[in-house]
Write a protein that binds this ligand. Sequence first.
Ligand SMILES: Nc1ncnc2c1ncn2[C@@H]1O[C@H](COP(=O)(O)OP(=O)(O)OP(=O)(O)O)[C@@H](O)[C@H]1O
Length: 217
Amino acid sequence: MRIAGLTHEIDDRTLLDRVDLEVRAGESLAVTGPSGSGKSSLLSIVLGLVPPKAGKVVVAGENVVGMKGRRLSRHRRKNIGMVFQFGELLAELSPVENVAISALLDGVPREDAYRRSHELLAELGVRTDGALTGQLSGGERQRVAVARALIGEPALLLADEPTGALDTGTRDLVADLLFDLPRTRGCALLVVTHDPAIAGRADRTLRLDSGSLTAAP
Ligand SMILES: Nc1ncnc2c1ncn2[C@@H]1O[C@H](COP(=O)(O)OP(=O)(O)OP(=O)(O)O)[C@@H](O)[C@H]1O
């Protein structure tokens, strides 16, 4: 993913001021910064959910800025996986169903979607013994969320405070898993987080403050 000259304003506040950024395949990047500095807004722009004032966001060779409708949703489904702080899973479905849904919506035949979902969950160490997602521990749920983000084999994986809702031990297990993915799957990983212990695991860390991204100490 390559971001160039990205500018975004909210209520006369410049959250991103001509920001440039690149995350390559196989690489991880963490963005930290104070609350309200615009970290989540940055991810929303990369997802094409929020239009910036200016600039480009190129994912898998295509500029997301200005992309709309079906073309945008197809592009997002094909190229980007997203992990949220609270997983955003459907509690009343099984983990296998939560992960398969993403592929089914993408037109993958049912049998393939379920097989792939089983395989991914097994690889990520989540039990698929019939328990509902709502019955799993926080760490297991986050691993299901990671599997869901990965099922479309995205070139870019985004994560917003992916371990923010976990206790320290579980946080480390999920972080181990997450930061292994660029190496094991060849994707680019962009994580936004407050947590220095998480940011410190990325190949590079940048800090967003007053519109600018600078190398974090
Ligand atoms: N849809 C919106 N309408 C108005 N203001 C918004 C909107 N989305 C975000 N903001 C504001 O933009 C600023 C940046 O928010 P954002 O969530 O991107 O920051 P953040 O760095 O991710 O913060 P945190 O670390 O607390 O999650 C905040 O002041 C927020 O209130």
